[in-house]
Ligand binder design. Structure first.
Ligand code: ADP
Length: 716
């Protein structure tokens, strides 16, 4: 059994035990009254109550004064109580509801009961009464009169406590009814010991109060549920139905309303009671429709609405004497509806609709309880007011159904919420992935952009180099080519045939010179535009210098020049100084400087290579190529590294003339090694070309190479 079913079972048991607590404790062994006399001598009123049912003396249209003018003893009319006087055969005539009468009952008591305080429980008597006990007026509800205007109807219960004077007690009741369909004592009057009656009254009141309060609470709770969640109108109709039935339960049984508000008008009271019944059916049909849509035909909704309007209208517009006549018809309508509901629920049950099984069980209980009430109102059943309890049981079952619907809806919403959260998480994850992917792609794109950019730069540089080269060629090669063309034309035209050999030799020299020039130009433009990468390595500078010098010692001697290499002795003492250079390019620079020195130094002069370490923003290797040649004039010193700067002394052989690019190339190479190149000369006693190269730090260690390991180089 699920927890919810267990709770439902506990609730039903509670309600049933409540009912049991209020159960009848009437002594059923007592004989009913006979001919206005009730013998209670054999009963024990201290333990149980006795219903004063049976034949009461009935005096139609008589109001004798029980105090002064005793009720005549010669009557032959006895009315069965509880029963209305409607239809009683009075001298050949059936009595109507409207009229007045006096009832009398004599009660015989045993000594024990006669000696104690006794009590009477008077139900609602239709519709005004006055009670005398042994000629003393004890209770009055409304005002009894002999016509409509003199009668004030009222519905209220009463408890009357009295001390019997003797073993016989006379009860006289004046009853008048001019406002309702029925008149008379329609519910049993009970007698018992005062404590028994008061306990019983208290229990009944508590029970009815509990049922009423439950209906109100359940009703308000469901209305609030509807306010919170309008999707399910079943809660609205159910809440309204409970409230209406709660109001109605205040007006029946112990008529709690009249206890709370004694002056509440009877007319409004009875209209509300009837309206709750008449409109309640339609509201219940609406509720039923929302629970079992497929099983509720439209005509049922429509007919219940029409009936509610019709009968409700009658209640509102006509006096109680008229509209109370409609009760029987409406009760039949209600029973028919209930039968249809039972049939529809049975259908739903067969279709395994949610909650139909519970509905079937409680509906049968409710149906029986309501049916009993109708029978009771029509004086065909002796058990009073069962419908409230039946409806309470029904209500508890409905709460179970509605709460399970709500729970399922809430569970569905929770599930949807969870799924939504999961989907959201996935979406966020996807977003994160997307962001990651976008970042990745952006990185790739930016790399591609960088590649493209460097490719573009290279292209731009090579394009620059190409343009530079082109401008060099057009500028530098034009003159020699023109002169070569001149000599070739002279050869073709056979001008001065005796000079032909000289012309040819000249053309050849110029062609060789041009070839060298093109190579130099090409190298220079490549260096300037960064198209030549330096193949740098850690080179110990001293061995490098010495090996270079060894190669040229002989050449220098043959040229009649004194040669000398000088390495600062401090260099040999510590760690060998290392430079981070492309050895081939550095050798090219040194060879150019040496070739210039040889060119501008006459035989007998001397050329000297010096290596020392000096500080110049950090330790540098200073290499100096100095000669004792013609020197360089002051004004030429700052232009000497420019492209095509060349100055030759008078008589300098044309065949030895250079391109004027050697120093420009040397400068480019040195600067590509973060070094400096400069010249010193006073214009007379030779010149000194200095190169300063930064010494490599410790990190250059692994790259160290000796000159012997270097790769062969194809450039000049
Ligand atoms: P090239 O030697 O091919 O003419 P360089 O660029 O090597 O071109 O030299 C440019 C000029 O610098 C030379 O024409 C010369 O006037 C001057 N020069 C270079 N080295 C020396 C030197 N050792 N002594 C005197 N002048 C020099």
């Amino acid at each position: 059994m699920s927890i919810r079913r267990a709770i439902l079972a506990v609730l039903i048991i509670l309600v049933l035990s409540l009912l049991a607590g209020c159960g009848e404790r009437a002594d059923r062994s007592v004989d009913p009254a006979f001919r206005g006399m009730m013998d209670l001598r054999a009963s024990n009123l201290s333990e149980s109550v006795v219903k004063l049912n049976g034949e009461w003396e009935f005096h139609w249209r008589q109001f004798p004064d029980p105090a002064g003018n005793p009720v005549p003893n010669d009557t032959n009319h006895y009315l069965q109580v509880p029963h209305s006087w409607n239809g009683y055969d009075w001298e050949g005539k059936k009595l109507p509801g409207a009229g007045y009468a006096t009832f009398r009952l004599r009660i015989l008591l045993n000594d024990r009961d006669a000696g104690q305080t006794l009590a009477l429980r008077l139900p609602t008597i239709f519709h005004a009464f006055e009670l005398w006990i042994d000629g003393v007026s004890y209770a009055r509800v409304g005002r009894v009169g002999t016509d409509r205007s003199g009668t004030v109807p009222s519905l209220a219960t009463r408890q009357v406590y009295f001390q019997p004077r003797a073993n016989q007690v006379e009860l006289v009741l004046r009853v008048a009814n001019f406002h309702h369909m029925r008149g008379g004592i329609t519910k049993p009057i009970e007698i018992g010991a005062a404590s028994v009656i008061s306990d019983r009254t208290m229990l009944k009141t508590a029970y009815e109060g509990a049922v009423t309060a439950s209906l109100f609470i359940i009703g308000i709770y469901h209305l609030l549920l509807y306010v919170q969640r309008r999707k399910d109108p079943a809660t609205l109709w159910f809440g309204l139905f409970c409230l209406m039935w709660g109001v109605r339960s205040l007006l029946v049984g112990e008529v709690l309303l009249t206890r709370l508000l004694p002056s509440f008008p009877w007319g409004a009271q009875i209209k509300i009671e009837y309206l709750a019944l008449y409109v309640g059916l339609h509201i219940f049909t609406l509720y039923f429709h929302h629970l079992f849509r497929d099983e509720t035909p439209r005509w049922l909704l429509l007919s219940s609405r029409c009936l509610a309007v019709l009968f409700g209208g009658a209640v509102l517009l006509t006096p109680a004497a008229v509209f109370t006549r409609t009760l029987l018809v409406y009760e039949i309508i209600i029973v028919l509806h209930m039968l249809y509901f039972l049939y529809a629920i049975g259908k739903a049950w067969r279709r395994k609709k949610e909650g139909a099984a519970v509905f079937v069980a409680v509906s049968v209980v409710t149906f029986v309880s309501v049916l009993n009430d109708f029978l009771y109102y029509n004086e065909l059943s002796s058990i009073a007011n069962t419908s409230n309890l039946g409806l309470l049981i029904f209500t508890v079952a409905q709460m179970y159904l509605l709460s399970s619907r709500f729970t399922r809806a809430a569970a569905g919403e929770e599930r949807a919420g969870r799924e939504l959260a999961l989907a959201n998480e996935r979406l966020q994850e996807a977003n994160r992935n997307l962001e990651h992917k976008v970042a990745e792609r952006t990185g790739e794109l930016s790399l591609a952009y960088d590649d493209l950019r460097s490719a573009y730069d290279q292209l731009f540089q090579s394009e620059g180099g190409r343009k530079k080269m082109l401008s060099y060629l057009t500028h530098d090669l034009k003159a020699p080519l023109s002169s070569m063309i001149g000599y070739v034309e002279a050869l073709q035209d056979n001008v001065k045939p005796e000079n032909h050999a000289a012309y040819l030799s000249y053309v050849y020299d110029r062609a060789v010179w041009l070839n060298r020039m093109i190579e130099d130009l090409s190298l220079l433009s490549s260096l300037e535009t960064g198209q030549i990468s330096m193949n740098k390595a850690a080179v110990p500078v001293e061995p490098f210098i010495r090996q270079f010098w060894e190669k040229y010692e002989l050449v220098l001697e043959e040229a009649g020049l004194h040669e000398e290499i000088h390495v600062n002795p401090a260099i040999g003492s510590g760690d060998p100084p290392i430079v981070h250079v492309d050895p081939v390019r550095l050798e090219q620079v040194l060879a150019n400087l040496l070739s210039n020195a040889m060119k501008f130094t006459a035989p007998g002069g001397s050329i000297r290579l010096t290596l020392t370490i000096r500080d110049m923003d950090g330790p540098h290797a200073w290499i100096c190529m100095s000669d004792t040649g013609i020197g360089i004039r002051q004004e030429h010193l700052e232009h000497i590294f420019e492209r095509h700067f060349k100055r030759y002394p008078v008589g300098f052989g044309q065949e030895n003339a250079g391109s004027g690019l050697g120093l420009a190339i040397s400068k480019e190479i040195v600067e590509l090694h973060d070094g400096k190149i400069w010249v010193e000369s006073n214009g007379r006693d030779g010149s000194s070309f200095w190169i300063a190269l930064p010494l490599a730090g410790e990190e250059a260690g692994p790259e160290r190479r000796t000159l012997d390991e270097r790769e062969p180089h194809s450039d000049r």
